[in-house]
Design a protein around this ligand. Structure first.
Ligand code: SAH
Ligand code: SF4
Length: 347
C-alpha cells in the first residue's frame, strides 16, 4: 500500500486529516481487504478509494496450507509478471511470524538453496516487502473466526528470511523496516524484526548503525574458509575473518545477541571436527554469550545433499556446548509445503 500516494489524493479531494488516521488504522492495523469494509467512511468515498487504489501491490496466485496448521505459503504475482513467495509460520498456537522475501531470486548462489538456483531477477520495493505483511494480516483476518477460534491471531514477528539477500537491496529493505516500525503504520517493535544475511560484512555494519535494535541472523553454515568458499560464493568476498571483524563491531555498537544459522549437511559440515572448528571460530570473535547457534536440518531442494541424522545433530550440539557455545536444534516448519528455509523458488 502506497500510503503517501493515498494521503496526497485525500488532501486533493479535501478530506480532513482524521480521515487519513481512520484509513491508516483500517489498512495497517485491522487488515481490511477493501476500502468498502471501512464503514465509518461515506459510501461515496469508499467507492472512490476502491476505484483509485489497490491495497496490495500484487495478487495471490496460490496459497498452500500445511496440514499441521503451522505454516502457510503464498505465491504472489507482482504487477510486472514476476513471482515471489512469502510464508506465515506459527511456532506456537496464536503466535505468527511472517517470513518476507526481499528480492525475486537471489544472486548469491549458495549451493544448498533453491532460491539461489533461480538466479537474480530483481529487487523488491519497500512497498512490495511490507505488503507481504499486510497480505498475511488480511489472510489471518479472513480465517480467524472460521478455523482457529482463538482470539490472538496476530502477527508478532517479521523475519527477513525469504527469497533474496536483504543487504543486496538495502535501500528498499531499510525503508521497509522504517515502515514496519512506524508508529502510525504497522507499529512493530524493532525487536520483533529479524534480518538474516548470508554474511555481507558491510551490511552488518549498516544494520548496527541504522537499526541497532533489529535482530541479526548470520547464515554461517561453515566455519572453515575452504568449505565455505565451495558452498557459499559470498565467502570469497567476505571470508570468515571479515565476518569476524564485522561481528566484533556489531557487538561493540549494539551489545545484542546474534543468531548463527548452521544447516547440518551429512559429511559436509557435521563432524566432531566441524563442531570444534565452529566453537573455536565463534570463541575467537569474543562475546560468546551473545552468540547463539541454531542448528537447522537441511530441507531437500534438489537432492545434492542429505540432512544429518538425528544422532549426529545431537552430538554436534553436545560438542558445541562442551566448547562453551550455546546452541539449539531448530524444528523445521513448512517442509511439506516447500516453504521451509531454502526451499523458496517460484518455478
Ligand atoms: N539470503 C538470506 C536470507 C534467507 S534466510 C540468508 O541467506 O541468510 C534463509 C535461510 O535458510 C538461510 O539461513 C539459508 O542459509 C537457509 N537455507 C538455504 N537453503 C536451505 C536448505 N536447503 N535447507 C535449510 N536451510 C536452508
Ligand atoms: Fe540467497 Fe540466502 Fe539462498 Fe544464499 S541462502 S542463495 S543468500 S537466499
Amino acid at each position: 500500500m502506497d500510503i503517501e500516494k493515498l494521503e496526497k489524493y485525500l488532501g486533493e479531494i479535501g478530506e480532513k486529516s482524521f480521515r487519513i488516521k481512520q484509513i491508516r488504522k483500517a489498512v495497517f492495523v485491522d487488515g481490511i481487504s477493501s476500502f468498502e469494509e471501512i464503514s465509518t467512511l461515506s459510501k461515496e468515498l469508499r467507492k472512490k478509494l476502491d476505484e483509485n487504489f489497490k491495497i496490495l501491490s500484487f495478487s495471490a496466485e496460490n496459497i498452500l496450507e500445511a496440514k499441521d496448521g503451522q505454516s502457510v505459503k503464498a505465491l504472489l504475482e507482482l504487477s510486472d509478471g514476476n513471482f515471489l513467495e512469502t510464508v506465515l509460520i506459527s511456532p506456537k498456537p496464536g503466535d505468527w511470524s511472517v517470513c518476507v522475501s526481499t528480492q525475486v531470486g537471489c544472486a548469491m548462489g549458495c549451493r544448498f538453496c533453491a532460491t539461489g538456483k533461480m538466479g537474480f531477477k530483481r529487487n523488491l520495493t519497500a512497498e512490495e516487502i511490507t505488503d507481504q505483511v499486510l497480505f498475511w494480516r488480511q489472510y489471518l483476518n479472513g480465517i480467524k473466526n472460521l478455523k482457529f477460534k482463538i482470539k490472538n491471531c496476530d502477527i508478532s514477528n517479521v523475519v527477513y528470511m525469504g527469497m533474496g539477500e536483504p543487504f543486496n537491496n538495502w535501500k528498499e529493505v531499510s525503508e521497509s523496516i522504517r515502515i514496519l516500525t512506524n508508529k502510525d503504520l504497522f507499529a512493530f517493535g524493532s525487536r520483533s524484526i529479524s534480518v538474516s544475511t548470508s554474511g555481507i560484512a558491510e551490511g552488518i555494519e549498516k544494520l548496527a548503525s541504522e537499526f541497532p535494535q533489529v535482530n541479526l541472523a548470520i547464515s554461517l553454515h561453515f566455519a572453515n574458509d575452504k568449505k565455505r568458499d565451495e558452498f557459499m560464493p559470498v565467502n570469497k568476498k567476505d571470508n570468515l575473518e571479515s565476518l569476524k571483524i564485522a561481528l566484533q563491531k556489531y557487538f561493540q555498537k549494539t551489545k545484542r545477541k546474534v543468531f548463527v544459522e548452521y544447516i547440518l549437511l551429512e559429511d559436509a559440515n557435521d563432524t566432531k571436527e566441524d563442531a570444534q572448528e565452529l566453537a573455536r571460530y565463534l570463541k575467537s570473535i569474543g562475546n560468546t554469550h551473545l552468540l547463539h547457534v541454531n542448528l537447522i536440518g537441511y530441507n531437500t531442494t534438489s537432492g545434492d545433499f542429505r540432512s544429518s541424522s538425528g544422532n549426529r545433530t545431537h552430538k554436534f550440539k553436545e560438542y558445541l556446548l562442551l566448547g562453551g557455545i550455546n546452541a539449539t536444534i531448530r524444528k523445521s516448519l513448512g517442509e511439506e509445503i516447500k516453504g521451509a528455509c531454502g526451499q523458496l523458488a517460484t518455478r
